[in-house]
Design a protein around this ligand. Structure first.
Ligand SMILES: [Zn+2]
Length: 189
């Protein structure tokens, strides 16, 4: 196992311990174990870009590069209205990148129709997101955000499909879609 494969393995294995508790939209169930039958590398539609350092930008700088609606989601942890995202109907092969810094976050290979009204995925691309506990609604949820710029994306729940059993419930406004036949945009720096 080379270093990249080893790191991918660690990132994949780290999906399993995501601590999730029961909530109204998150029925209690045992934490599913990630399947080893789906190799993380196979999820990448585009080539993985080189890692760049974390991106630190001021609120004013971010407001100049994303829309007011996107800013509210990405940097004030907002939630877009259910059913409002054009990405719900996106079926093409491609990569979903952070709307703020353009870091690839999800592959079309893990997108599925959850019926919730928000774009949903059963796994992120390995190593591209970080998580934290969110008590905003009075009970614990697991928030996740872009690892590079910290832009809020959504929450992860335990009622997703196999092979992970997880549902990454994402704000469409926090993502840009890049079809497989188009190059990824340059990472914002
Ligand atoms: Zn980002």
């Amino acid at each position: 196992m080379d270093r990249r494969s080893f790191l991918n393995h660690l990132a994949w294995a780290s999906l399993a311990p995501v601590a999730l508790s029961a909530s109204a939209c998150n029925p209690s169930r045992s934490t599913p174990s990630a399947s080893s039958s789906t190799a993380p590398d196979t999820l990448w539609v585009h080539a993985r870009p080189d890692d760049l350092p974390a991106l630190q930008m001021s609120s004013e700088e971010w407001r100049s590069v994303v829309s007011a609606e996107e800013y509210e989601i990405l940097f004030e942890a907002g939630t877009e209205p259910r059913g409002s995202s054009p990405l719900l109907k996106e079926k093409r092969e491609g990569t979903y990148v952070c709307a703020a810094c353009q870091l690839p976050l999800f592959s079309s290979k893990t997108k599925y129709e959850s019926g919730t009204g928000w774009p949903s995925f059963w796994a992120p691309l390995d190593g591209q997101i970080d998580t934290k506990k969110d008590m905003k609604l009075g009970y614990p949820r697991t928030e996740y955000h872009c690892k590079r710029c910290g832009g809020h994306q959504g929450h992860v729940f335990e009622d997703g499909p196999e092979p992970t059993g997880l549902r990454y419930c994402n704000n469409g406004l926090a993502l840009d879609f890049v079809p497989a036949d188009q190059p990824l945009p340059a990472l914002r720096s």
